[in-house]
Design a protein around this ligand. Structure first.
Ligand code: F6P
Length: 327
């Protein structure tokens, strides 16, 4: 137990994700429970450089567990990528007596934290906060479950029109370079095809699959396209399919940032709360440069270097499920 730590700070960085507030609340209340002062840093690394620190107590985080977004706001800071920016951030932390950090975000956030620790020795424990679920060292990231459920709700609505008008919809979901959001959307949304960066399905396969479905008397189709898919986005894919099958009535829907907002699901509130507690207690136990995550229902701390460099693989059996279930 690190008996010396008297004051820590928490911040969110990168894209906001539902459940980040549950994590912030858990950090604040865990620190308070253990008699540690806690500050919130506004706007991630950008606010750290500018000294945008606010003292948080138990009451500051009342009525936040159910809210989407992040009460601490978020930003992607170019300046923190420079040594000069990190020096300014360090000076601000020292001036404010902050001895440890909880960073809630994704790989970019943890890369910054790792370099910062190597240069200035401020210990950081990370909490996986991103809708993309693309982080090694945790089965699920905070925000992923909500994003999938939001996207699925949109797909259910799109299906009504696809079915009523005998159309083929190409639905683009987020996920940056990962297909984690696309896969459950395809299985749960009853899609005929899912295109993700991990499998590199060609548009020719999409065309063949749609034509085969047409021959089996299918009249409407949903194709889920992950935004990071190599063949291009949903709009490009739809145009190429339309060229090959002109009789197909195609439409494109890009769900976009709707996936990032909204009240977190029970799963994200629980995960955010678990991880928030684990992050503070990790710091208290002398941990640094690690991300707290849940793997196989167990709490694990994974070194940032692994979280950043190792890839969390997608189970290929999910692709087979989509094929079988859309027969
Ligand atoms: O990382 C979360 C995410 O929503 C990705 O899925 C997406 O590619 C990206 O952020 C969008 O970023 P921005 O909100 O900066 O456009």
């Amino acid at each position: 137990m690190n008996a010396q730590m008297k004051r820590i700070a928490v911040f969110t960085s990168g894209g906001d994700a539902p459940g980040m507030n549950a994590a912030i609340r858990a950090v604040v209340r865990t620190a308070t429970y253990h008699g540690i002062e806690v500050y919130g840093i506004m706007r991630g690394y950008s606010g750290m450089i500018k000294g945008e620190f606010v003292r948080l107590d138990s009451a500051s985080v009342s009525n936040t567990v159910q809210k989407g977004g992040t009460i601490l706001k978020s930003a992607r800071s170019q300046k923190f990528m420079t040594k000069e920016g990190r020096q300014q951030a360090f000076d601000q932390l020292v001036n404010n007596g902050i001895e440890g950090l909880v960073a809630i975000g994704g790989n970019g956030t943890f890369t910054g934290a790792m370099i910062f620790e190597q240069e200035f020795g401020i210990p950081t424990v990370g909490a996986p906060g991103t809708i993309d679920n693309d982080l090694y060292g945790t089965d699920y990231t905070i925000g992923y479950d909500t994003a999938v459920n939001t996207a699925l709700d949109c797909i259910d609505k799109i299906r009504d029109t696809a079915d009523s008008h005998d159309r083929c919809f190409f639905v683009e979901v987020m996920g940056r370079d990962s297909g984690y959001i696309a896969i459950p959307c395809a299985i749960g949304g009853g899609a005929e095809i899912v295109m993700i960066p991990e499998t590199q399905m060609s548009v020719d396969v999409v065309i063949d699959t749609l034509q085969a479905g047409w021959k089996r008397s299918k009249t409407s189709f949903i194709v889920i396209v992950a935004e990071g898919e190599d063949e291009g986005n949903a709009t490009n894919t739809a145009a190429r399919v339309k060229e090959a099958i002109p009789q197909l009535d195609t439409r494109v829907t890009v769900i976009g940032h709707i996936q990032r907002g909204g009240s977190p699901t029970a799963a994200d509130r629980l995960l955010g709360s678990q991880i928030g507690i684990a992050a503070v207690e990790g710091l208290m136990n002398g941990m640094r440069n690690v991300m707290a995550g849940i793997v196989d229902k167990k709490l694990v701390y994974t070194p940032f270097i692994d979280t950043i460099n190792k890839k969390k693989l997608i189970n290929q059996s999910f692709m087979r499920m989509v094929e079988i279930l859309s027969v």
